[in-house]
Ligand binder design. Structure first.
Ligand code: SAM
Ligand code: DTB
Ligand code: SF4
Length: 357
């Protein structure tokens, strides 16, 4: 076969379903729609396929993402999740985006591990507002042993008793710690790959990609669902966004939850002066994630403060079906409850009901 210049050679070699066409990447999406229609989740995505999908003309990309979205989810439902920082600041890792790293002065007030009962009360209040997932984040390189870990287990048990999905993000975990969290009732563990393997070293030098993959494997082994995504707008190239999505979509099983964060540019961090990301890249990444991982919840995560209501709407159209609610993410601001309620109402979207997992 001759290449028409629209598709990389390796793609044509590997993806025999694709017809050569003057319609650019449309056949890729047709083939995807056929597979997904058969409920055939794929984990063998080729990088060139991901690239072809990501680069599809936006209206077509969003259209195809919508077709797939409604095969797997009620498109008028959005899951609302709430975050709490249970241990803040002073983290030994040097993640260039993060205000909680001890390497930078982002004026985040450090705070030791919160009291379990206080955390459970915050979760109870969130549940009373219809929030169905509660995520506890800690600025640790790795989850500690001993009393602090026991306190985290107590938090997990308390939140699970509220019949919410319970998620933690505590840094690296051993297999034993993952098992204990599972026993305590943990539903999900958040551990992001953040970007492509190639760009990772430009953002973080205190750990490697493989460390992340190891923790993800420990989480899976313990029978906890995986929440894994990344951040856009850190100065990465389009190829790095494609690389991240390729990594996520070739995890088997797919992460049940895929947070797509837009960088929150925090004064004092090395990425504070990054130019703002084009919101269309968020929509493109979300639509691509929706097509590659049809059964996963795709979360429009950090960065909503910087997105217009129209851009957020486009992200929902692209297949996002989860958001963080509450005035604060971990340390940075998030839209207020009233603002979000208004937005969802104006779009005719309803929060996912409790216990729908
Ligand atoms: N220390 C743990 C870890 O790194 O896995 C858990 C907490 S960490 C703050 C959780 C995630 O928040 C990071 O993996 C990153 O994807 C996201 N994050 C941190 N700072 C961010 C920022 N400024 N903008 C967007 N996302 C951010
Ligand atoms: C995720 O992907 N994003 C959330 C959650 N998982 C833990 C965290 C966003 C943090 C944004 C910066 C901050 O508020 O400190
Ligand atoms: Fe620490 Fe997590 Fe922030 Fe990295 S992202 S500095 S590991 S809290």
């Amino acid at each position: 076969m001759q290449s028409d210049g629209n598709m990389p050679e390796s793609f044509e070699d590997d993806f025999t379903l694709v017809r050569r066409s003057s319609m650019g990447t449309k056949p890729v999406l047709e083939a995807v729609a056929r597979d997904v229609g058969k409920s055939n989740l794929r984990h063998d995505w080729k990088r060139a396929e991901v690239e072809a999908i990501y680069r599809t003309a936006l209206p077509e990309l969003v259209f195809q993402a919508q077709i797939i979205h409604r095969q797997h989810f009620a498109t008028d439902r959005v899951q609302t999740c709430q975050l709490i920082s249970i241990k803040t600041g002073g983290c030994p890792e040097d993640c260039a985006y993060c205000p909680q790293s001890a390497h930078y002065d982002a004026r985040v007030e450090r705070e030791g591990l919160l009291d379990p009962q206080q955390v459970i009360e915050v979760a109870r209040e969130a549940a009373s507002r219809g929030v169905t997932r509660f995520c506890m984040g800690a600025a640790w390189r790795q989850a500690p042993e001993g009393r602090e870990f026991d306190n985290v287990l107590e938090m997990v048990r308390g939140v699970a008793a509220l019949r919410m999905e319970v998620c933690c993000t505590l840094g690296m975990l051993t297999e034993e710690q993952a098992e204990k969290l599972k026993e305590a009732g943990l539903t999900a563990y958040n551990h992001n790959l953040d970007t492509s393997p190639e760009f990772y070293g430009s953002i973080i030098t205190t750990r490697v990609y493989e460390d992340r993959l190891k923790t993800l494997a420990a989480v899976r082994k313990a029978g906890i669902t995986v929440c894994c995504g990344g951040i856009l707008g850190m100065g990465e190239r389009e190829g790095d966004r494609i690389g991240l999505l390729h990594q996520l979509a070739t995890l088997e099983p797919h992460p049940e939850s895929v947070p797509i964060n837009m960088l929150v540019r925090v004064e004092g961090t090395p990425l504070a002066a990054m130019p703002p990301l084009d919101p269309l890249e968020m929509a493109r990444a979300i639509a691509t994630a929706r097509i590659l991982m049809p059964g996963s919840r795709v979360r429009l995560a950090a960065g909503r403060k910087q997105l217009s209501p129209e851009a957020v709407t486009l992200c929902f159209l692209a297949g996002a079906n989860s958001i963080f609610v509450g005035e604060k993410l971990l340390t940075t601001p998030n839209p207020g409850l009233d603002e979000d309620e208004q937005l969802l109402q104006s779009l005719g979207l309803k929060p996912l009901e409790a216990h729908a997992f």
